[in-house]
Design a binder for this molecule. Structure first.
Ligand code: FES
Length: 221
């Protein structure tokens, strides 16, 4: 038996730079204050807004969120570290989430995951060198009827087979849901403009097209 030594060094948060959160993001977070009885309750919406605006939630942003919500930074870190949805380091433009739960495993998710790793050239929790894709696994994605499932950003792909993977990765629209989404948690447009500019063009190209025109893997249902 051996003892494992845990890293207990407190993280160093840079404090000499400009604020991480711009005024638009702060205003978006404040817009939630009226909806809840306490500022603490705004923590999750705030984290969604920041994640959406920056692509991740760095330590400096956690300190600023804590300041906005009258919390201790460790409260924010506790929440961020609990949910795998929130990233503390930059992630790829698209996050591929492969289901690792039982229904998908029975239906061949391990082979799909291995094919994803092979074609992307990365392992779990890694990002491709071009920053396009990150790969993670999660428990049930709520699509068990259509196992095995893979989520790319917000879009669920169902009954994915290893032989589908190349086509799936080649599809520029593979993370775009084909219906309008709520903007409740979206970052302010001005902030997200740069990140979205290429996506907007893709949206425009995708609108009005059939599933086959968008090169989707057909829905088997
Ligand atoms: S087990 Fe994979 S979606 Fe439910």
């Amino acid at each position: 038996m051996s003892w494992k030594t845990l890293e207990r060094t407190p993280p160093v948060v840079p404090t000499d730079g400009p604020p991480v959160l711009c005024e638009e993001v702060r205003e978006k977070i404040r817009s939630f204050f009226d909806r809840y009885e306490t500022k603490r309750a705004v923590l999750l919406p705030a984290l969604h807004v920041v994640q959406d605006a920056l692509g991740h939630v760095p330590l400096a942003a956690m300190v600023e969120i804590a300041d906005l919500l009258d919390l201790h930074p460790s409260d924010v870190l506790d929440t961020v570290s609990f949910y795998t949805h929130f990233w503390t380091k930059p992630k790829g433009d698209k996050v591929i989430v492969a289901c690792r739960s039982i229904s998908c495993e029975i239906m061949g998710s391990t082979d799909v995951l291995n094919e994803l790793k092979r074609q992307l050239g990365i392992g779990e929790h890694e990002t491709t060198p071009d920053g396009k894709y990150s790969l993670v696994t999660e428990e049930c994605l709520a699509g068990c009827d259509y196992a095995p499932c893979v989520l790319i950003n917000e879009r669920l792909h169902r009954r994915v087979k290893p032989q589908n993977v190349a086509k799936l990765l080649a599809d520029e629209q593979n993370d775009r849901i084909p219906y309008e989404r709520s903007d409740l948690f979206d970052a302010p447009r001005a902030v997200a403009a740069d990140r979205e500019s290429s996506g907007s063009a893709k949206d425009a190209a995708g609108n009005g097209q059939s599933a086959s025109q968008r090169n989707e893997i057909p829905d088997p249902s």
